[in-house]
Design a protein around this ligand. Structure first.
Ligand SMILES: [Zn+2]
Length: 312
């Protein structure tokens, strides 16, 4: 989902008092996403109307990284003292440094969070924690956080930011409302999240596969399954990932109407005639299953056969 729309959807759920207490956000730009999530926090805490130029007490505290009810947890640099870092929300100045960090988010940090959030919010409506690079939570730290997720307190809101769901601990994923914040969807390449070269190489092939699937062209089952070389496997994996992306765009468009006004997205949207979200989500899951099969074994035809057999 395009990040601006996703942000609006989350904010609306708060305006309508219909919000979740934990959000898991997958994104193609974790630093921009963190900035946006901090802004979501500011807007839901704001004492006035959430305007970006608001100067109310709460907005000022958040803009100055000084709101005791908003905590950002992220990996510690080896030299950092944990106590100093737990409150740190200086995104822009620190983001470069983050790339070189190799540590995890630790149980000590989570203990600090749980301790700080034991009381009611100090100045704001909610207490909000943001876990930056949530896939870097070590297992014990993640288990400690489950306390917040299993017995949600209406005053405590959590945001988990990751660049990949696949790396997340499933017990957290299953307890969150899931969003995708996608940045830079202003042309077909950014919409599909691929490069020029990848587009040249794979787009037509993938669209052909979409066409065959949509028209239920019976795929000729091949009995002599062909073992793939590493290179061939990577290529076919790419096509399946692109296929998943195309069906996800279709799905998101039906649910949120996000890509309707983008001329370049029509080709992708029109290629799929199904408009039923339950069918589309089943198909996305099936493609996922095949991607995971392909990662485990390297028999091309078994995977393609399965796609066609289970498609309808
Ligand atoms: Zn304000």
């Amino acid at each position: 989902m395009e990040s601006k729309k996703a942000k609006e959807t989350i904010l609306n759920s708060f305006h309508e008092n219909n919000n979740s207490h934990a959000f898991l956000i997958e994104t193609n730009n974790i630093n921009d996403c963190l900035t946006d999530v901090i802004d979501i926090a500011r807007q839901i805490e704001c004492e006035v109307d959430g305007d970006e130029h608001c100067t109310c007490k709460i907005c000022n505290l958040i803009k100055n990284n000084n709101n005791p009810d908003l905590l950002v947890l992220r990996r510690l640099d080896k030299d950092d003292k944990e106590d100093e870092k737990i409150r740190d929300i200086e995104v822009s100045t620190k983001s470069k440094k983050l790339d070189t960090l190799k540590t995890e988010i630790t149980t000590k940090q989570i203990d600090g969070l749980v301790n700080l959030f034991r009381t009611t919010p100090l100045v704001s409506k909610y207490q909000i924690y943001i876990v930056f690079e949530a896939d870097k939570l070590n297992r014990n730290a993640a288990n400690k956080l489950l306390k917040f997720l299993e017995e949600p307190n209406p005053n405590i809101i959590g945001f988990f930011i990751t660049d990949s769901f696949d790396k997340m601990i499933s017990t957290i994923v299953s307890r969150c409302e899931i969003y995708n914040f996608r940045y830079g969807t202003d042309n077909i390449l950014s919409l599909l999240d691929i490069t020029d070269k990848e587009y040249e190489k794979y787009f037509d092939q993938t669209m052909k596969l979409v066409y065959d699937l949509e028209h239920l062209k019976s795929y000729e089952l091949i009995t002599n399954s062909k073992n793939l070389s590493k290179k061939e496997r990577n290529e076919i994996l790419f096509i399946f990932k692109l296929l998943k992306r195309i069906y996800t765009i279709k799905f998101e468009n039906i649910v949120y109407n996000y890509y309707n006004n983008l001329e370049f997205s029509n080709q992708v949207l029109d290629s799929i005639s199904v408009n039923d979200i339950s069918i589309l989500s089943k198909r996305i899951l099936l493609i996922d299953e095949i991607i995971s099969d392909l990662n485990k074994n390297s028999i091309r035809d078994m995977s393609i056969n399965k796609l066609f057999i289970k498609w309808v």
